[in-house]
Design a protein around this ligand. Structure first.
Ligand SMILES: Nc1nc2c(ncn2[C@@H]2O[C@H](COP(=O)(O)OP(=O)(O)OP(=O)(O)O)[C@@H](O)[C@H]2O)c(=O)[nH]1
Ligand SMILES: [Mg+2]
Ligand SMILES: [Zn+2]
Length: 356
């Protein structure tokens, strides 16, 4: 099996030669269901992570995910492989795991372009686009906002204006699966070796768009009769597929919770327009409330900045600073444990030496 259509490059080959143990094959994870499947020169193999890889992992982010390039010990006769290493990732789309734990979950790795899909139906929500954009910026992938279900939009012009305000500087793609609209434009963002990932809430049409680009109904989509049952998750696994006209797309399940993760630069970049306005406030520590000379308030009153966007920015900022403080507290504990481990090891070492 040729890995080039899957994005194998001389740069990756070099990294592989440097990192992989001898006798291993390179492979890319294309299905993540619990079980993993990977494409390799020996064909499509059922894979799982070697015990030593799991043992060395400090968290779930150190285990293979869809899109990863890995080194495997292949058993072609059984069509299986043992994953013994993961090549350094170029990019990864990460969220905080749902719930209270301050732990990252990688949704997909090595993506060049994150297609952030929204439905232009009654569920259209620019604040959600803003949230996805923050994470996509942190990921290192370029972003494209896909506005699907254009056929269900009563006022395309104002929806487009809202999306453009939520995603300044980001290309917007308007699509409709039943009308086959915007599909050629979608293809134009892909070419051989490029990996895209479709991310967005359940039911926005991610799998339907992939089927449209494939030209066949390969991915399971929500049935027509069920199309009003909001919150039903049709796709339950992550899968990377080759698009015949060039490129790859990763289908992901709609995420119920999309909590922020990262350093905060994604937030700053996504809201550069707001931050730029804030630079013109009279006071550098302006809270944009009742302070005199507040440029933010002026912009909102003058209609240059949407109140919704400002409020969502504040909300995301609060979430990010909460995440950072929880993360820092956790880091302290982890570091303490590491020091403890080290010193107890030393103590054991001294004891042993005493015996000689
Ligand atoms: N009217 C209209 N319906 C669409 C369009 N795209 C998808 N749908 C319908 O929307 C429903 C959900 O589509 P899916 O492709 O299953 O959505 P998904 O984003 O993959 O959802 P999950 O797998 O649950 O995350 C299905 O009934 C599709 O037929 C569109 O452009 N217009
Ligand atoms: Mg789906
Ligand atoms: Zn201000």
């Amino acid at each position: 099996m040729d890995l080039e259509p899957y994005g194998w490059t001389p740069v990756l080959a070099e990294a592989f030669a440097k990192y992989a143990p001898p006798g291993c094959l390179p492979a890319r994870i294309v299905v993540q269901k619990g079980d993993l499947e990977a494409v390799s020169p020996a064909g499509l193999l059922h894979c799982h992570a070697a015990g030593r890889l799991k043992f060395a992992a400090e968290g779930a982010s150190d285990l293979p995910v869809v899109g990863d390039w890995v080194a495997i010990e292949a058993r072609p006769a059984e069509q299986t492989g043992l994953i013994v290493g993961i090549l350094p990732r170029c990019s990864s789309f990460v969220r905080k795991v749902p719930g209270a734990r301050t732990v990252a979950q990688i949704i997909a790795a090595n993506i060049d372009t994150a297609f952030l899909v929204s439905g232009l139906d009654h569920e259209f929500n620019p604040a959600r686009i803003e949230r996805y954009l923050v994470l996509a910026r942190e990921s290192g992938a370029r972003q494209v906002v896909v506005l699907n279900k254009a056929d269900l939009c009563p006022d395309l012009e104002s929806a487009l204006a809202m999306a453009a305000a939520a995603a300044p500087g980001v290309p917007l793609l308007v699509t409709s699966v039943p009308r086959h609209e915007g599909i050629g434009e979608f293809r134009a963002f892909l070419r051989t070796g490029i990996t895209g990932a479709l991310l967005g809430s359940s039911g926005v049409g991610k799998s339907s768009l992939i089927n449209e680009l494939l030209g066949e109904e390969r991915m399971k989509t929500r049935g027509v009769r069920e199309s009003d049952s909001g919150g039903r998750h049709t796709t339950t696994h992550r899968e990377l597929v080759l698009i015949p006209s060039g490129g790859m797309l990763i289908d992901t399940p709609g995420l119920r919770e999309l909590q922020l993760w990262g350093e905060g630069s994604g937030l700053q970049e996504s809201f550069e327009d707001v931050e730029e306005i804030a630079l013109r406030c009279r006071f550098t520590n302006c809270l944009h409330d009742t302070e005199p000379g507040c440029a933010i308030r002026e912009a909102v009153e003058g209609g240059h900045l949407g109140l919704d966007r400002l409020e969502n920015y504040r909300k995301l900022q609060r979430e990010m600073s909460h995440l950072r403080s929880k993360y820092d507290a956790r880091e302290k504990i982890v570091n303490k444990q590491k020091v403890k481990k080290l010193t107890s090891g030393q103590k054991r070492g001294y004891k042993r030496r005493d015996r000689f």
